[in-house]
Write a protein that binds this ligand. Structure first.
Ligand code: ZN
Length: 305
């Protein structure tokens, strides 16, 4: 089990000299279980909380609104954001997520911008990336087999979704404070979109390359506003990502369906009088290529091969 993760900040806490503490057993830091689960909390605040002077800090805090992440205590010891025995504390790597699952409180405080069920795709991506770092380091699979409930139905000892201590200790994957054993009664992180977060945490499929003619590739990059042009016809992430952004789809740079991408590009360029066709693969004849090159040179004097 690792201690401090380099991707997480350990710089001075905004509350000054505030110290953070691990769960203790016999006055000593209590060792994390060998195969812990990952547990998500929500801070019910619009920013990094003080954690009552270190009385209730987790191992990590992720702020998906400001794209910031901090680590408070090593990953190989239990932390303090759960109630109950040290056995509970050491079964889970605890992660507080800045934001609210309690809509009533967020509304009352004028903090609905931090209502986690409304967290947008960029925040969900940052959260997924951060949880994936923790999961990889601590051996927590990017899965969840518990039922997630919205707050306030998720609150209370008898919310119908809490695990027994034994089930909690042997659970693999991610769950929330709402699943932690009695005497825990909090319902966070509520209706945070964990389905999407877990989806974004999955390892990316190997990027499929898509061979176009050089000229078609250059033309595509030109219409996407790219200022450098390819020397080969293989589409890579630096073309696919701007294309996805232009189309408003998930911009992960991954071509999951080459033939549909070709069809979309072809439709997109179809108003062009250049007289070429796009193919998923295959060589282009010299005349077509020359026509494309002339066209591009005329359209963009800075164009280079
Ligand atoms: Zn909590």
């Amino acid at each position: 089990m690792p201690t401090w993760l380099p991707e997480f900040s350990r710089d001075a806490h905004p509350y000054g000299s505030l110290a953070f503490y691990p769960a203790l057993s016999g006055g000593q830091p209590a060792a994390m279980d060998a195969t812990p689960c990952g547990l998500a909390h929500s801070t019910e605040s619009p920013n990094l909380p003080g954690y009552e002077g270190g009385a209730t800090n987790p191992n990590f805090t992720i702020d998906p609104y400001r794209m910031a992440r901090r680590q408070h205590v090593p990953a190989n010891v239990g932390s303090r954001a759960l109630r109950g025995s040290v056995a509970i504390a050491c079964a889970a790597v605890q992660v507080e997520i800045v934001g609210y699952c309690d809509k009533a409180t967020a509304t009352k405080r004028g903090h609905m911008a931090y209502y986690l069920p409304d967290l947008g795709e960029a925040g969900l991506k940052y959260l997924a990336e951060s949880l994936a770092i923790i999961g990889k380091a601590c051996g927590i699979p990017a899965t969840s087999s518990v039922k997630w409930k919205a707050y306030p139905a998720s609150a209370g000892v008898d919310n119908g979704i809490r695990l027994s201590l034994a089930a909690f200790k042997s659970y693999a994957g991610w769950l929330g404070h709402q699943h932690a054993p009695d005497p825990n009664f909090h319902g966070d992180p509520g209706a945070l979109n964990m389905t999407r977060v877990l989806q974004l945490m999955q390892p990316k499929p190997a990027t499929q390359t898509l061979e176009m003619s050089w000229a078609a590739h250059a033309r595509l990059r030109y219409v996407l506003g790219q200022t450098t042009f390819p020397t080969v016809g293989v589409l890579k992430v630096d073309t696919v990502t701007p294309w996805q952004q232009r189309m408003g789809t998930t911009d992960d740079g991954v071509v999951s369906n080459p033939s549909s991408l070709v069809a979309a590009v072809q439709a997109y360029l179809s108003d062009d009088s250049i007289g070429y066709s796009l193919k998923a693969s295959g060589a282009w004849d010299t005349a077509t290529r020359a026509a494309c090159e002339d066209y591009l040179l005329n359209k963009n004097g800075a164009f280079t091969r």
